[in-house]
Each structure stands twice: as structure tokens, then as C-alpha cells.
Write a protein that binds this ligand. Structure first.
Ligand code: UFG
Length: 331
């Protein structure tokens, strides 16, 4: 089966590419404009098209050339704080780009779509762990762009028969166990890589954004899910689409949350570095607690996580960061 991996040179996309490339029944074509992705993450022998999903002509060219049967869509702007200051840029990239992609799928009769959604669609959830059918109420533009696409997908299925799976990631983290690929955003804003940059001596301190939340130590709680486990969920989702020809939405969490302070403490243990911390003002758009179960994904997709503790996760991230102290480009 020919599969387009849009955003396949990015953090989560590259881990999916590595897992999918071990399965002989899939032919992978990576579509990425390299605005955030890294060509260095692409394994030898994988087809790569440098194309932007916001460029209709480029999409027409790659769909005509490769004739994919399924599309996995990882391209998005993902920083919650930045989405608050640049909502228009976020809607353009995350919503308009996805519309163009779906239009190309419709034109070229591609039936299956897997969408990277997010826990941010739930806003401040009414229930924790967040059930798969929980009401959605994003509190930042980033979450709203992803929810908007989920709504567009429902209408697109009705009108054009494109079957889709939305995977609502909680906090993606960690790195491939080889240490060869990992998380490299510029600038880096995510908690674990930022903490590890302190351990590498690239930052002086980790800034903790707020310690007055209603949580056990006052810092935000998040559900950290290893990126390879997220990749496995995509493969299960594709198998499900082909097998059942039905659309669905799944939370991908671990059922457990860690506070910012607990993640810092785990990182001190793994790295042996004191990792000094400083309390800062809370960051705009941050909910206090985001935790999800994954009952539906486990039951319907047969998804099973391999990495179950924050220490196991940080260990893999540390292996990548130690071998790439300046990221892929050695900046
Ligand atoms: N944090 C700090 N200091 C930092 C960086 C982060 O205290 O230097 C805190 C944040 O305030 C937050 C937690 O660490 O409480 C995690 O922050 P991240 O930036 O790592 O991740 P977010 O929870 O903001 O967002 C991530 C993804 C989103 C996704 C969300 C779902 O980036 O795409 O998880 O839970 F929607």
C-alpha cells in the first residue's frame, strides 16, 4: 500500500516513518516542506518530496506522480503559546493546509486519512482522565485549529466518503531507542528537551511556568506518551481503516500524569545533572491538568504502549540529545 506521510521529516512523523519502514507491505512517500522537519531524519531508500501542503500546485504534482492510497497528516504548527500570539498563521497552516490536502485526496480518490489531533481540543476538561467522548472546548487557537479539522473531516466523510481516524495525542515525548532520531524544534519550547538542554549546559536553568495551579505540587500535570508508541498507534489506525472502512477518534494517553517538577526530578536522576530551576509566570493557554486513558485505542485498535514510566521516556530522549547536542543540523 502506498502511503503519503505529510510531515514525515518532523518529530512524530519521522518516528512513524522508521516504524512503518520495517513493514514490507507499505511504500512510504514523505511529503515535507522542511520548514520544521529535518532531512537528516529520513532513512536511506525512502522517497521524499519537498512540497508544501499550502501549495495546491505542489500537491497536484505529488498526488499525480505517486497515486497514494492513504495519507497520514503530521504537518502542523504546534506551539500553544505561539498560537495565542499568531492565531492567523495557525489557522492558515493547520486548517487551510489540511483543506488543500483533503481536496487533493478527493480529486485523486484517496480513501483513508489519519490525522494528528491533540489533547488541546479538550481545553480544561470536565473529567480526568479525559474519556474519548469528552466534550471539546479548546482554550487556545492551536487546539481550536485541530478541532476545526476534526469537524471538517466529519463533513468530508459524509460528502466524499473519505474515511478518517483522528488520534488525539497527549504530550508526545522521548526518542527512537537507537538515539538516531529525536525531538529537534527551533526554538525548542517543549518541556523534556528544554530540561535536557539544561543538562547539556546549553541553558542555565529550567523555567517552570507557574507553581500555583491546583495540582499536588502546584505545577501543571501532563500525560507523557512516548513517540514510538504514538507511531505504533498510527500503524494500528491504518490497519483499522483498511479492515473496517470506518472513521473513528481515539485519545492516546497513558492514564497517568506527571507534574513539571516530577519530570524535572526524573531528568535529574537520568542525567546526573542538578538541573537548576526557577519559577516564572504561568504561560498563556496552559490548562492545569491533561490526562487521558486509552481504553478505546486499546480495545478497538489493539494499541499497547511499550514505554510506561517517565524515567524510561526521558532515558530515550537523553540518548538522542547526548548524541545530537546541537540538534540534527549541529547549529
Ligand atoms: N513547561 C515549563 N517550562 C518549559 C516548558 C514547558 O514549565 O520550559 C511546562 C508547560 O507550562 C506545561 C508543561 O511544561 O505545563 C508541558 O509543556 P510543553 O510545552 O512541553 O507541552 P504542552 O502541554 O504545552 O503541549 C503539548 C503539545 C501540544 C499538545 C499538548 C497536549 O505541544 O501540541 O501537549 O497535552 F496539544
Amino acid at each position: 500500500m502506498k502511503v503519503f506521510i505529510c510531515g514525515g521529516a518532523g518529530y512524530i512523523g519521522s518516528h512513524l516513518v522508521h516504524e512503518l519502514s520495517t513493514l514490507s507491505q507499505y511504500e512510504i512517500i514523505i511529503i515535507d516542506n522542511l520548514s520544521k522537519g529535518h532531512v537528516e531524519s529520513i532513512p536511506a531508500g525512502i522517497t521524499f518530496e519537498n512540497a508544501d501542503i499550502c501549495d495546491k500546485g505542489a500537491l497536484e504534482r505529488v498526488f499525480t506522480k505517486h497515486k497514494p492510497e492513504a495519507v497520514m497528516h503530521f504537518c502542523a504548527s504546534i506551539a500553544v503559546g505561539e498560537s495565542v500570539t499568531d492565531p492567523l498563521g495557525y489557522y492558515e497552516n493547520n486548517v487551510v493546509g489540511t483543506i488543500y490536502l483533503l481536496q487533493a485526496m478527493k480529486k485523486h480518490n484517496v480513501k483513508y486519512f489519519i490525522f494528528s489531533s491533540t489533547a488541546a481540543i479538550f481545553g480544561n476538561p470536565e473529567e480526568t482522565p479525559i474519556p474519548d467522548d469528552s466534550p471539546t472546548k479548546p482554550i487556545n487557537p492551536y487546539g481550536d485549529t485541530k478541532l476545526t479539522v476534526e469537524k471538517i473531516l466529519a463533513w468530508t466523510e459524509d460528502a466524499h466518503g473519505i474515511k478518517y481516524v483522528c488520534l488525539r495525542y497527549f504530550n508526545a515525548c522521548g526518542a527512537h531507542e537507537s538515539g538516531k532520531i529525536g525531538e529537534d524544534h527551533d526554538p525548542e519550547t517543549h518541556l523534556i528537551p528544554v530540561i535536557l538542554q539544561v543538562a547539556l549546559g546549553k541553558r542555565e536553568k529550567i523555567k517552570i511556568y507557574g507553581d500555583k495551579y491546583d495540582t499536588k505540587d502546584g505545577t501543571c500535570v501532563r500525560d507523557y506518551v512516548h513517540v514510538t508508541d504514538l507511531a505504533t498507534a498510527h500503524i494500528k489506525a491504518l490497519e483499522y481503516l483498511v479492515r473496517e472502512n470506518k472513521s473513528n477518534k481515539f485519545n492516546l494517553g497513558s492514564g497517568e500524569g506527571y507534574t513539571v517538577k516530577e519530570v524535572i526530578e526524573a531528568s535529574r536522576k537520568i542525567t546526573g545533572h542538578p538541573i537548576p530551576e526557577i519559577i516564572e509566570e504561568p504561560r498563556a493557554g496552559d490548562p492545569a491538568i491533561l490526562i487521558a486513558g486509552s481504553e478505546r485505542a486499546e480495545k478497538i485498535l489493539g494499541w499497547k504502549r511499550k514505554y510506561n514510566t517517565i524515567e524510561d521516556i526521558v532515558k530515550t530522549a537523553w540518548k538522542y540529545h547526548q548524541s545530537h547536542p546541537n540538534g540534527y543540523n549541529n547549529k
